[in-house]
Design a protein around this ligand. Sequence first.
Ligand SMILES: [Ca+2]
Ligand SMILES: [Ca+2]
Ligand SMILES: [Ca+2]
Ligand SMILES: [Ca+2]
Length: 253
Amino acid sequence: MLRKTIGYFVRAGIAAGVLLSAATANAVLIADEYTGAADSIYTQHLGYSRDVIGGPLYEVYSMNVDTVGTVMSVTINTDFIATDAANTGGYVAGDLFISSNGWNPYGGGAYDFDNADNGEDWEFAYDSDLGALVALDDGSTINILSDLEGECCRLGQEVNVDGGSDTGAGISYSGAQASSSGIWDYEYTYVFDYALLGLAPGDDIGFHWVMTCGNDVIEGVYSIPSAAVTEPGSIALLALGLVALGVSRKRFV
Ligand SMILES: [Ca+2]
Ligand SMILES: [Ca+2]
Ligand SMILES: [Ca+2]
Ligand SMILES: [Ca+2]
């Protein structure tokens, strides 16, 4: 009888733990609805939609944003693999651009004409070459796709950065084959401490990402959850504890 009661406690504890972790999971999947681009023959080229040009290798589907404490991870979900034989131009992943004061793209609909000259200003970038998250207001160069590239590309988009002052907020950058998405093949993940960017729960943070050929661009916004999000988990834990207590009492009577 006592062993059974202990078993109830263990199971209730596990169930509460699962509920707690589900309740504190702050992950949000932001779909790629962004088609920002200069208007050119290439953006509606050869029957490709305006979302992606150059073929399915360059498709970006979504970005997954999550927080644990003040650690934020941003994962770009894409079919773009730099080492793919079809990537004959030798293009690589761009840098992750970050707006610390929300996201206001230019134009309506899918932001058809948003480019580097309009819409959101990016205060930070995760520079993958440097392995650091930099502030862009201090001597940095933002590299923008232009017609000088000589490629069938999406003109006018911010691609990556050089220079800028290291905020110390960067934690890691990695690229890896997607193990079980069923949709996309590859994931680029940027991890950083948002508190070191002056951000707090309740703030909106904007993102922009593209590979260096510019064939698909994604932008979006994430609202940093308030600490209160963990409350339902605590309540569930308390409720389950009481249920477990009730069960054990019944069995001892
Ligand atoms: Ca896309
Ligand atoms: Ca901004
Ligand atoms: Ca813009
Ligand atoms: Ca897109």
